[in-house]
Design a protein around this ligand. Structure first.
Ligand code: ZN
Length: 80
């Protein structure tokens, strides 16, 4: 199984949250997230954000919302 670092996990978080992507990638994401508190926190906040958006809107999350969310996450990660 491929070992991922934190940046790769964040880059591929949308695959994980959306339930798509290769099985190998998803397994790599899952094992990293289990071991890494920081990525787990990012995953949880991403899921909560998507859930809130989902509860308010009976539509799929607009692409630009996801894009903004992920660029904000990347800002947080890369500014450290
Ligand atoms: Zn991590």
């Amino acid at each position: 199984m491929k070992k991922l670092n934190c940046n790769e996990v964040v880059d591929n978080l949308s695959c994980y949250v959306d339930g798509d992507g290769a099985a190998d990638l998803r397994a790599g994401l899952e094992s990293h997230i289990l071991r890494c508190g920081r990525c787990r926190a990012i995953l949880e906040s991403t899921r909560q954000t998507l859930q809130i958006l989902h509860d308010c809107e009976p539509f799929p999350v607009p692409l630009q919302v996801s894009a903004r969310l992920y660029s904000r996450l990347q800002e947080v990660l890369y500014s450290k």
